[in-house]
Design a protein around this ligand. Structure first.
Ligand code: B16
Ligand code: MG
Length: 215
């Protein structure tokens, strides 16, 4: 059994549910471009970078446009997304998350963020969680998307903790793979069948405790 010294959290789908705001913003773009974009389509964008998400959306709508136009549409989507997340409040923190952060702090287990989102710092500020984090790695500080382990390895490096002593919490398949590729343990948050490569899966942080970190 390895002593766990740090927990690294994905943001969307683990700490907070921002997928619903991404959906509203992407759907508005698809409406404008004249094709249907459903909640099922939105599942394909979870954990995926902004530009890759746009490419997937355009593939769904069979729309071909220049790189310049893509940049413009991504910026337009992001403007709408930001207008939505600016209205977020601490009430949107997913159940059990803050209590778990407190117990980690009390037991000197470090906390890092490992998110693909370039808007992560703004979201953490809106939900008043920034102060819990010893390190923040987000879409602004990485070159390679999950399942590449870069985001989590940087988190471990910033914390000064060996990757084998880190546990990653992830809701996306690519995120679970990124943790495994980084030599870390991974607890899936969500559906056990979907996240079957994780060490184990919880449906939410009300099921989580320090004792369960010892595995
Ligand atoms: P942004 P995570 C991801 O966050 C979202 O799951 C994904 O849907 C989004 O496209 C990506 O962030 C980039 O977000 O446009 O704000 O940079 O799950 O890695 O915390
Ligand atoms: Mg996620």
């Amino acid at each position: 059994m390895t002593e766990i010294k740090a927990c690294i959290f994905d943001l969307d789908g683990v700490v907070v549910d921002t997928a619903k705001y991404h959906f509203i913003a992407w759907k508005q773009l698809a409406d404008k471009l004249g094709f249907e974009f459903t909640e099922e389509h939105n599942e394909l964008l979870k954990g995926v970078s902004r530009m890759r998400s746009l490419d997937i959306l355009l593939e769904i709508g069979k729309v071909e446009i220049s790189q310049e136009e893509k940049e413009r549409l991504a910026a337009e989507k992001n403007d709408l997304y930001i207008s939505l997340i600016l209205k977020m409040t601490p009430e949107e923190i997913l159940p059990g998350v803050e209590d778990f952060f407190k117990s980690l702090q009390q037991n000197n287990i470090k906390i890092a963020l490992g998110s693909a989102s370039k808007n992560a710092p703004l979201i953490l500020e809106r939900i008043n969680l920034t102060h819990y984090f010893d390190a923040i790695v987000d879409g602004n500080s990485i070159d390679k998307a999950k399942p590449d382990p870069e985001v989590f390895l940087k988190g471990a490096e910033y914390l000064g903790v060996d990757p084998v002593q880190c546990v990653v919490f992830e809701d996306a398949i690519a995120g679970v793979e990124a943790a495994i590729n980084g030599g870390m343990k991974c607890i899936g948050v969500g559906d056990a069948n979907t996240l079957n490569h994780a060490d184990f899966v919880i449906s939410g942080f009300n099921e989580m405790s320090l004792e369960r970190l010892a595995f």
